[in-house]
Design a protein around this ligand. Sequence first.
Ligand code: FES
Length: 309
Amino acid sequence: MAVRVSAARLLTPLIRELTLSPISGTLPAFSAGSHVQVQLQVGSHSVRNAYSLTGDPAEQHHYRIAVRLEADSRGGSQYIHQQLAVGDELNISAPANLFALHAPARHHLLIAGGIGITPFMAHVAALQARDASFELHFAYRGGLSDAYLAPLQQALGERLHCYDASLGQRLDLAKLLASQPLGSHLYTCGPQRLLDAVREQAQRLGWPRAKVHWEAFSSAAPGEPFAVHLARSNRHLQVAGEQSLLEALEAAGLDIPNLCRGGVCGQCVTRHLGGDVEHRDLYLTCDEQAHSLMPCVSRGCGKPLVLDL
Ligand code: FES
């Protein structure tokens, strides 16, 4: 879908919010927790990253995303922060949801770290609209990664619990997870170390896996250039350092299913037949990685990569 950047603002020195409006017609409705893929032309190649929709799902006229400036990235966040201007056009995908709320939950426990607050902005709006029982725990560094803090304080009052690392405030996960009422569902989004800590603590306390929901805030990271041989079609491709394998396959005309573009949803799984793989996904087991890879994040290294494509 073609959209126009209709507004932009800095939420913190590191986080820029964009409002995206349709160029014609209307945008598809979305549910809380959805993301869209945004296509960006960075230098000579096209980058596609997934960003959570941060707006209220009841607002149908535009989408909002918020992007953190990453130093060690393939250039997408730098492009959004330094080059993209109000009035520019972008291509985005339709929304998809890998982080939906579970309506029957008796209580919703939301835990956000830094830029991981973005999907919760939509969750909070949806939970408030249905008068559901919830609480939000937000860990951040004051003045850098505390996007949306003031409106959340105003809207949530005592349901918001803040942990500012610059003030030495820490979230006690063991205490928090041990004190939730029966029937609670837990949702977390943020840096990998937060996700790991939340999931480990939930497992230690016996939370059922079906009640623990997480969204990794990951996207393809750059690496060394490498060569790929597509065995079935007998083609050879070169993947640039700033390009993901998935983007290189798409540029060559292959249509690989994908949703998250961050190595977590499992959609883009592809068989490899030879060569060395640097696996960077959070989805495949070690046994599965022996024959499959996730081209959205994983790369070739060492011996040339051969794919069953
Ligand atoms: S697109 Fe989700 S794992 Fe690759």
